[in-house]
Ligand binder design. Structure first.
Ligand code: SAM
Length: 317
């Protein structure tokens, strides 16, 4: 495999006379600047030494992958960003050099937190940004990991729900974030209303709606608690992806969904069937309960597909 060839992106290197190559190579190793993922190569009287980042005198070149490629530390790739599990700047430099499309390596300094469900990050290597573009099933999403929630792990789930949408449906995404569900569903629905309480998320959603040329989604800066009663219609389908506290919004979702419509309710659960009693009280029938992914050893991110059977008068709880 070639690293840094034009088809795969560029690889920076230093051209040094062969007689000096070993000295410079050792100096680069000591500095943590030698790209060990690519193999140095000879060109005439010179040796090209691949490096992890541009510096004065660097040029571009193509390299074969180094067979002694070091094992990379654990990380998750999100667009052009790698998020490491450990605060390890040396490992970050290796990760950054391992793929030409990576621009930044981050370490999360907090859990997902607050009303906006965001994390804080420290930049370990590369360009100091938390913004990047993610390509998901043909859609392109601009995201900002510190400003608005995004999880690439729900990509398959978004496609599953999108495949259930029938022509002409009017859909509500109550906690839409930067719009990945809304945009996937808009490709099938007549209209998607996509709400979020985080202004940064709604700003990115607007950008994503426009870059994906979606013409039937309405980005809405709103608290989902205020949506019931605002719309002069009821929705055919509602997405509720606020797993930690979404249950308290179920009465609003039932008000907003027509009889016969469907609610996809995401929740963190410790046992199967945890929310079935409440859903039944509200007049819903669970037609499927699926684990989307494991969240911790004793908790799962689960989705309930709910058909709204009947309209019971709801207490204003
Ligand atoms: N659906 C998106 C996705 O799959 O990427 C985002 C899901 S994220 C877990 C939950 C989102 O709900 C966050 O963007 C947060 O800002 C938003 N949120 C939290 N409370 C809200 C509320 N009361 N009304 C509307 N949005 C809310």
């Amino acid at each position: 495999m070639m690293v840094g060839d034009p088809g795969r992106g560029r690889q920076w290197c230093l051209r040094v006379p062969a007689a000096e190559a070993e000295t410079v190579r050792q100096a680069l190793i000591a500095e943590g600047a030698l790209d060990r993922v690519a193999r140095p190569r000879r060109e005439g009287n010179d040796v090209l030494l691949p490096i992890t980042a541009w510096r004065e005198g660097a040029e571009e070149g193509s390299f074969e992958a180094n067979p002694e490629r070091p094992e990379l530390p654990r990380h998750e790739l999100i667009g052009g960003i790698a998020v490491m599990q450990d605060d390890d700047p040396r490992g970050a430099a290796l990760i950054l050099a391992s793929r030409p499309n990576l621009h930044t390596v981050l370490y999360a300094t907090s859990e997902v937190e607050g009303e906006y469900r965001t994390k804080s990050f420290r930049v370990l290597a590369g360009i100091p940004t938390t913004r990047t573009e993610v390509v998901e099933h043909g859609s392109r999403f601009m995201i900002d990991l510190s400003a608005a929630y995004f999880s690439a792990r729900l990509a398959t789930e978004r496609q599953r729900v999108a495949a259930m949408v029938a022509d002409g449906e009017v859909v509500l995404d109550m906690f839409a974030g930067v719009g990945p569900f809304a945009i996937a569903l808009a490709r099938h629905a007549a209209l998607v209303v996509a709400a979020d309480i985080n202004p940064a998320a709604v700003g990115l959603m607007q950008e994503n709606i426009s870059r994906n040329k979606v013409r039937n989604a309405i980005p809405t800066l709103a608290d989902a608690r205020r949506l019931a009663g605002v719309f002069p219609w009821q929705f055919d389908r509602i997405i509720m992806n606020l797993p930690k506290s979404g249950e308290s919004f179920l009465p609003d979702a039932f008000r907003l969904c027509r009889a016969g419509g469907m609610i996809h309710f995401y929740a963190l659960v410790s046992a199967e069937g945890e929310h079935r009693v409440r859903i039944g009280e509200l007049g819903g029938e669970v037609i499927a309960e699926r684990v989307v992914r494991s969240y911790s050893p004793a908790r799962w991110h689960t989705v309930y597909d709910i058909v709204v059977n009947e309209k019971k008068p709801l207490k204003s709880d």
